[in-house]
Design a protein around this ligand. Structure first.
Ligand code: G3P
Ligand code: CA
Length: 242
């Protein structure tokens, strides 16, 4: 089994995170997949942005949930990273799914509903994946385990995984109970023992966010199913050399 390399928010070390240029660059660098974060605008459009507030990665202010899609389209989500990316827009989930039609790389869609609770986010994302016929190469994840439980309740054919950054004894039994495919854990939690325990319970382990050669090599060496990195080129090169 070869570790899947997901570009975390796209090739986000070099390009503005969660934008089409970051996804393009990840694809160009040979990433196996894209990890991205989805939230809803005031008018319920699924858009790709990590923070609940617009301040850090755009020239806007306030919460994503309080802005309409038309207002959001006016924002510049690139200049904060580099002038070269001036006027880059925040993509919608549709933009990503349409872009991936001719590429068919893997997607990890993280439901960013652990701080803000977006009513209906699970339904909207699952419906879009169906519309674009892209459920098969997608895994949905969330730190909000109730949200992942709601995906399980739908009894649809899509993979999902629980995300965690903390030690949590209930994680593996609960993942099994809700028929998750795997656990997505912080690199800080990664150990041989945890991978063995997860695998014994028929769960895969994916690890975030690994940006150094040492961490990438460790994730691959321990048999992680996938890793998330801001520098997909580095991880792909390491994987090739091993
Ligand atoms: O999905 C892995 C990772 O993206 C989770 O943390 O804060 O980067 O969304 P964060
Ligand atoms: Ca994420």
């Amino acid at each position: 089994m070869s570790t899947i390399i997901y570009a975390h928010r796209g090739a986000s070390k070099l390009a503005p995170e969660n934008t089409m240029p970051a996804f393009e660059l990840a694809y160009k660098h040979g990433a196996d997949g894209i990890e991205t974060d989805v939230q809803l605008t005031k008018d319920n459009i699924p858009i790709l942005i990590h923070d609940e507030q617009l301040n850090r990665t755009t020239n806007g202010n306030g919460f994503v949930k309080d802005i309409t899609y038309d207002e959001l389209k006016q924002l510049d989500a690139g200049s904060w990273k580099s002038y070269h990316y001036k006027d880059t827009k925040i993509p919608t989930l549709d933009d990503l799914l349409a872009w991936n039609q001719d590429k068919q790389i893997k997607l990890n869609i993280e439901l960013k509903n652990n701080i803000i609770s977006y009513q209906g986010l699970e339904d909207i994302v699952c419906q879009k994946l169906g519309e674009y016929n892209m459920a098969e190469q997608t895994v949905i994840s969330s730190f909000n385990h109730d949200s992942i439980t709601r995906i399980n309740d739908k009894k649809i054919n899509i993979d999902y995984a629980l995300l965690t950054g903390r030690r949590n004894k209930a994680l593996i039994p609960y993942s099994k109970k809700i028929k998750a495919k795997g656990i997505h854990i912080s690199y800080r939690l990664l150990s041989n023992r945890l991978v063995a325990l997860a695998n014994d319970n028929k769960l895969y382990v994916a690890v975030y966010t690994v940006n150094s050669s040492i961490a990438i090599n460790k994730a691959i060496h321990l048999g992680c199913h996938a890793l998330f990195t801001d520098i997909p080129k580095l991880a792909i090169d390491i994987k090739k050399r091993r």
